[in-house]
Design a protein around this ligand. Structure first.
Ligand code: CA
Ligand code: CA
Length: 288
């Protein structure tokens, strides 16, 4: 399916209706909505109404407000080239880089070819994973409790992303695939690329969450955003403590201390207006 939205809004008509447990192949446009194709295409004068498209929305039957949507990322097929751009007035140290710049980056044999002498192993993930918020019409660029532009490389193949459901059917969308990105995404773009993303969507009636979480076979992760990375980290660690108290039945003091001993913070991105972090707990510390 290849229908896109540029805003998350419960009034967006669903382009597909599925059952819980169905798998969908999403044809995703790159975050520039396919306007950067060659080195001469500079990231200026964007139509800001047409940036960061999310493919969807998909209505998942049975999903109701208060449920959790499990997003199982199964496969990502990349196009054969992507692009990385420096966008004026955007990026972590944009004050140092006033001019627009574009680098076209071929993808060959599992590598993103940054230059003749630099190649980066691909590690693809969708930067934007979103459900409809309870009210209003929200651009996809700022990550929020309904997901959006999370730009977390933890969301790779094999990860389950949990999103809280706010409206009937959830109205799920995905896009903004990066062939590879460093934690932080400091210049504001990574290897932005068209891709097909295969995802299984499952409605979970038992799990109750306030904002997205991630899980793999090896790690459980909370994530949050704030005015500062500090503020985001405090939300993420409080969510982690809540999860541990609920799931592992220890005291809050034990869990606070356990987080100190075993949880790593990672930066997801520093650039999407509200910086995002994730708290990462290895699951193999639990013996049972
Ligand atoms: Ca992004
Ligand atoms: Ca992007």
């Amino acid at each position: 399916m290849e229908m896109v939205v540029f805003k998350a809004d419960k009034t967006n008509p669903a382009v597909l209706t599925i059952d819980s447990g169905d798998t969908v192949v999403f044809e995703c446009r790159d975050a520039f909505n396919q306007v950067i194709k060659k080195p001469e295409d500079l990231p200026v004068d964007f139509d800001m109404e047409k940036i960061n498209p999310a493919t969807g929305p998909v209505f998942v039957k049975g999903a109701e407000p208060g449920d959790t949507l499990e997003v199982h990322i199964q496969k990502i097929d990349l196009a054969d080239q992507g692009s990385c751009c420096i966008i004026p007035n955007f990026g972590f140290i944009h004050e140092d880089y006033p001019d627009p710049w574009t680098r076209i980056i071929p993808i060959r044999n599992g590598f993103a070819e940054f230059s003749d002498k630099i190649r980066i192993p691909i590690d693809p993930f969708p930067g934007t994973i979103i459900v409809a918020p309870p009210e209003g019409s929200h651009g996809t660029l700022i990550p929020k409790e309904y997901g959006g532009n999370m730009d977390s490389k933890a969301c790779r193949v094999g990860t389950t992303v949990y999103l809280p459901v706010f409206v009937e059917g959830a109205l799920f969308g995905v896009g903004d695939v990066h062939a590879v990105q460093g934690d932080g995404e400091v210049c504001g773009t990574a290897v932005e690329i068209d891709a097909e993303v295969t995802i299984k969507l499952v409605v979970n009636k038992k799990k109750k969450i306030k904002r997205p979480q991630y899980e793999t076979d090896e790690y459980f992760m909370t994530t949050a955003w704030g005015e500062t990375a500090d503020a985001a980290a405090k939300i993420a660690i409080r969510d982690m403590i809540d999860w541990l108290v609920e799931e592992k039945n220890l005291t809050r003091e034990e869990e606070y201390a356990l987080c100190s001993c075993a949880v790593d913070f990672r930066v997801s991105q520093f650039v999407d207006i509200t910086p995002g972090v994730r708290a990462v707990l290895p699951k193999n510390i639990f013996i049972d």
